[in-house]
Design a protein around this ligand. Structure first.
Ligand SMILES: NC(=O)C1=CN([C@@H]2O[C@H](COP(=O)(O)OP(=O)(O)OC[C@H]3O[C@@H](n4cnc5c(N)ncnc54)[C@H](O)[C@@H]3O)[C@@H](O)[C@H]2O)C=CC1
Ligand SMILES: NCC(=O)COP(=O)(O)O
Length: 323
């Protein structure tokens, strides 16, 4: 059984959850939602359950819900910090159920970093919070996977100037090892090909436009090659996402957030999935955020959440077989 978090109650999370349950209720994969039933019961039949295992018999006729009350009724599109505690608790319970093995994987609905930060949440997103809950802080790696491309931002939710400071040979090596292990174990790619972007225009052009390639990135790639990994780069980031370039690698490791997420979302926004590697559990999420600007208007595209749920089931099955 899969478990899905509530996400931000004033966001598009309730409507995409309802739409995906409608789509998957007969075929599966089945999932249980942890959140306030009132968010969904105007849209679809819901059934409160106590134990995750009870969800299997319910899923085809109602969305099974482990109830978690909100502090205030949400106004769609209007983020409300009073509900932050419920948003965070849903994530915590999903991790607990997945770590214990009751759930085979967890999927998170989008949250607003601003809302949860206001309630004392000290993480820039789910990814590092999940690692903390799993007691593996620092091992987490964000991967975004779509039909056309997989990308990993090596530095993630930091100001661009700090991303450059954070970048180190050690960080690149550690991230690449986690990515290679994750692609082998969870994605079933036995010999993953890793392509690395440069940081500077033209990948530095031999030091003419910056020296991070020579001082930081190339030494990391040399170490990874010595370990037997198939790596290429540093590649000029402006040409490494063409169709031909993409056919030469399985994943692009990018030096900062937007270097990887712009091509991913441009090519695959509707079906992109965010996967956290380096955890003892499987976690996926849609690639998009809360979309408060369209929440409650039935404009939201549910396909990324559907893809996240399908991929979570596939990764869980791959990990089971690998074990
Ligand atoms: N996994 C997560 O929890 C994520 C959370 N966020 C958070 O979401 C909040 C808003 O972030 P933004 O950068 O504005 O990104 P966003 O993805 O929420 O919205 C960007 C644009 O894409 C549109 N959009 C997003 N998802 C859509 C969907 N399913 N169907 C149709 N249109 C869609 C929105 O209407 C908006 O115009 C921030 O607090 C951010 O940190 C952002 C990405 C992932
Ligand atoms: N840009 C990706 C994003 O914001 C998701 O972050 P996380 O909540 O998965 O850590």
């Amino acid at each position: 059984m899969l478990v899905l978090t509530q996400g931000d109650p004033a966001s598009i999370a309730p409507e995409i959850t309802a739409a995906v349950w409608q789509k998957l209720r007969q075929s599966g994969p089945a999932f249980v939602y942890i959140g306030d039933p009132s968010l969904l019961e105007r849209r679809i039949p819901v059934q409160p359950i106590r134990y995750l295992a009870d969800g299997a018999d319910v899923f085809s006729h109602a969305l099974p819900v482990i109830p978690l009350p909100l502090a205030a009724p949400p106004a769609m599109g209007e983020p409300d910090r009073r509900n932050a505690a419920s948003v965070i608790e849903s994530i915590r319970q999903a991790v607990e159920l997945t770590l214990s093995g009751e759930a085979s994987a967890m999927i998170t609905n989008p949250i607003s970093k601003d809302v949860v930060q206001g309630a004392g949440f000290r993480h820039p997103g789910h990814t590092s919070y999940l690692a903390e809950l799993c007691q593996t802080p620092g091992d987490e790696v964000m991967l975004l996977a779509g039909p056309s491309l997989k990308v990993v931002p090596i530095t993630v939710h930091v100001a661009l100037r700090n991303a450059i400071t954070q970048l180190s040979t050690d960080l690149i090596i550690r991230t690449a090892r986690t990515v290679a292990a994750g692609l082998r174990r969870d994605f079933g790619i036995p010999h993953p090909r890793l392509a690395f972007a440069g940081l500077n225009p033209h990948a530095g052009e031999h030091g003419l436009m910056g020296d991070e390639e020579q001082n930081i990135i190339i030494p990391a790639l040399n170490t990874l090659r010595q370990e037997g990994m198939t790596v290429s780069g540093p590649l000029p980031a402006d040409t490494m996402f063409t169709p031909h370039a993409r056919s030469q690698y399985d994943v692009a490791l990018c030096m900062y957030h937007d270097q990887g997420l712009i091509p991913l979302k441009t090519l695959d926004m509707a079906e992109g999935v965010n996967v956290t590697l380096g955890l003892p559990i499987i976690r996926t999420s849609p690639d998009h955020g809360t979309a408060f600007d369209i929440a409650g208007q039935n404009k939201a595209d549910p396909r990324s959440l559907e893809a996240a749920i399908r991929l979570a089931a596939t990764l869980a099955e791959n990990r089971r077989k690998h074990a």
